[in-house]
Design a protein around this ligand. Structure first.
Ligand code: FMN
Length: 182
């Protein structure tokens, strides 16, 4: 069975994006999911690489290596990619020629209480990932606007039917494409 790694670009406990990430495993049981955490990674610094990666970085890279594909679920900060997520991507991009991200199939999902559905952050993220020779799911986009009206925070559940349908469709397309890419 294939495994999809899930990375959330928000460290907030009540993160809408984390709740969306938690929804994905409930939508499809033909694959398994692995939550990959980024909150304990140090700030990227080339000096830290000299004596070998810190343990958290090694574990992070190992987790990415072992999954067949990745779905990143992230908010947008100031029309861009949150620093914590960019930091994680920068770590995973090293060493450049043997990065665990090379050719990894990746999907991008984003949720925001705002109206633009994290469109700017997704464009930036796609650009950085393509630089690392990641395969980003082409054509499909999964942008969730006004997410605060679509989630029950107490239940940690996506309650909006339409969004659930779109998310399900996106996930199915990602899985099919991931199979074709391997
Ligand atoms: C520093 C900062 C910058 C933000 N910039 C944007 C933005 O550019 N676009 C947007 O849609 N929301 C922006 N927001 C609002 C976030 O979408 C909102 O806080 C969201 O709930 C964060 O995602 P999370 O719930 O997964 O933590 C920003 C929030 C913070 C803290």
């Amino acid at each position: 069975m294939k495994t999809i790694g899930l990375i959330c670009g928000s460290l907030r406990k009540a993160s809408y994006n984390r709740i969306i990430a938690e929804t994905l495993p409930k939508l499809d049981d033909s694959v398994q999911f692995l939550q990959i955490e980024i909150g304990e990674l140090p700030l990227f610094n080339e000096d830290l690489e000299v004596d070998g990666d810190p343990t958290t970085v090694t574990q992070f890279k190992q987790a990415i290596k072992q999954v067949d594909g990745l779905i990143i679920v992230s908010p947008e900060y100031n029309s861009g990619v949150p620093g914590v997520l960019k930091n994680a991507i920068d770590w995973a991009s090293r060493p450049t020629k043997t990065s665990v991200l090379i050719n990894k199939p990746v999907g991008i999902i984003g949720a925001t209480p705002g109206g633009m559905g994290t469109a700017f952050a997704q464009i930036q993220l796609r650009q950085s990932l393509e630089q690392i020779h990641v395969q980003v799911l082409p054509f499909q986009k999964m942008l969730i606007s006004q997410v605060h009206t679509k989630i029950d925070i107490e239940q940690r559940a996506l309650t909006d039917e339409k969004t659930n349908t779109y998310l399900n469709r996106y996930l199915k397309q990602f899985i099919e494409w991931m199979h074709q890419n391997q």
